[in-house]
Design a protein around this ligand. Structure first.
Ligand code: PLP
Length: 445
């Protein structure tokens, strides 16, 4: 008991000290901190160490080697922070040590998945009786949705893909916009539909699929639509005629626009699709890792993901989490999703979405006023900015300066800096300090 008090007390205190100190920390770790990480290695210890000593080493050497993702000035990739309720729930859930595979292994995890799925379908304006899966991220959510699509389209063609595989199966045509996320292509590779068989529809200047260029649909077809381009934030337009095609939406972060009355028009019509992949660890601000797959026909997802031939796993009538996921044993990540939703409420979530979008607009206006080119229409939380040929050098200086962190990309053939405002922590002061740091870096470079 005493040991427990010591180790949890110690962990909680170190976590608080870390979070209280992030304001003063360089957003990217210093070269010295990175060099220090080697102290975590050396030879594998022959005899074990005291848990408190392990934790002390981890904190003293490891904490300085973190990227300050938990603060308000990390704008790389599309990384959210961790809301206090979600972080607290994560700590409690770690102590619970639940395996979310089956209801009998964790009644509470299964119940929280059921509740969260119902709330999420309503918030994201999806059909109320969707099948859903809690997975690691949007990559696995895309994978799960494509597996459900593959099952459904081939079953309609009289082929049992889970039993007989893809060899000799009727071909499936997969269509996506030229700006589909790289993880969509990886997911296509994983489900055996192939990266290179993809029929690519050209995209416009914002990265939106040009709907009028969609080929005529014939035979089993999946159309992959994007809600929220990872660079520009743009949404693919509604499809003119989808016929019998399975429409899948990659809405890793963009799907959350549906939860904000002011942005929901961007996601209008997405509710008519057949499957949706999104992340909870981006805009919902739950700890990593957390993605969500939704499928209109719950049985298609279940057929694609069910295990067979394991008598000891035979479930009852209720929804069994592992029958909807690629994994069997699994972290109970639905607990954090529930805590985030419960602590935000509908209004809090709408406000989080709206506030981060407003900060993105503030970035675009500030950098635009300083004379730099904003390359995208800032429709949600993503900003693309160019500093001309010195853009890669400016990005390097911004990262070295440590006030904030922004990454780079190539947008329509030219290098650009990406700013993604996805964290609940970011406030106007963070935006203004970051604009000042970026302008300083750009004037020197
Ligand atoms: C981030 C992202 C993904 C991949 O998500 P992970 O959570 O990293 O697996 C897929 N699609 C889009 C549009 C994204 O922004």
């Amino acid at each position: 008991m005493e040991d427990r008090q010591t180790i949890f007390g110690d962990a909680a205190e170190r976590a608080c000290t870390y979070l209280n100190g992030i304001e003063r920390r360089s957003v990217a770790p210093t070269a010295e901190a990175l060099a220090g990480l080697r102290k975590l290695g050396g030879e594998m210890p022959v005899d074990g160490e005291d848990p408190s000593a392990v934790l002390a080493l981890l904190d003293e050497v490891g904490s300085p080697g973190t990227v300050v993702n938990a603060g308000g000035r990390y704008f790389g990739f599309v990384n959210g922070g961790a809301l206090p309720a979600a972080l607290g729930a994560s700590v409690l859930a770690a102590a619970w040590d639940q395996n979310a595979a089956l209801r009998v292994m964790s009644p509470v995890a299964a119940a929280l998945e059921d509740i969260s799925l119902r709330w999420l379908c309503s918030l994201l304006r999806l059909p109320g009786n969707c099948g859903g899966a809690f997975v690691t991220g949007a990559t696995m959510a895309n994978f799960a949705c494509l597996a459900a699509a593959r099952h459904s389209l081939l079953a309609r063609a009289g082929w049992d893909v889970e039993a007989d595989g893809l060899f000799g199966a009727p071909p499936i045509t997969v269509i996506a916009g030229a700006e589909a996320h790289a993880s969509m292509k990886k997911a296509l590779a994983l489900v055996g539909l192939g990266r290179n068989r993809l029929v690519v529809v050209p995209a416009d200047a914002q990265g939106r699929m040009i709907a009028s260029a969609l080929p005529r649909i014939s035979g089993p077809t999946i159309i992959c639509v994007q809600a929220g381009n990872v660079n520009s934030g743009a949404f693919d337009p509604p499809l003119p005629d989808k016929g019998d095609a399975w429409v899948h939406v990659d809405g890793a972060f963009g799907l959350w626009a549906a939860a904000s009355p002011a942005r929901a028009h961007l996601a209008a019509g997405l509710g008519h699709a057949d499957s949706w992949a999104t992340d909870a660890h981006k805009w919902l601000n739950v700890p990593y890792d957390s993605g969500l797959a939704f499928v209109r026909d719950a049985n298609a997802l279940r057929s694609a993901m069910s295990l067979t031939d394991a008598a000891y796993l035979t479930p009852g009538d209720a929804r069994e989490p592992m029958h909807y996921t690629p994994e069997s044993s699994r972290r109970a990540r639905g607990i954090e999703v529930w805590a985030a939703l419960r602590s935000l409420g509908r209004n809090g979530l709408a406000e989080l979405i709206e506030r981060t979008c407003r900060h993105a607009t503030r970035f675009a206006e500030g950098l635009g006023a300083a004379g730099f080119s904003i390359l995208n229409d800032v429709v949600i939380n993503q900003v693309l900015v160019s500093f001309g040929p010195s853009t890669p050098e400016v990005i390097r200086r911004v990262q070295d300066d440590g006030t904030c962190w922004c990454g780079g990309t190539v947008w329509r053939g030219q290098p650009a800096m990406r700013i993604s405002v996805s964290s609940w922590m970011t406030n106007e002061d963070d935006v203004d300090r970051s604009i000042a740091a970026i302008v300083r870096a750009a004037r020197i470079a």
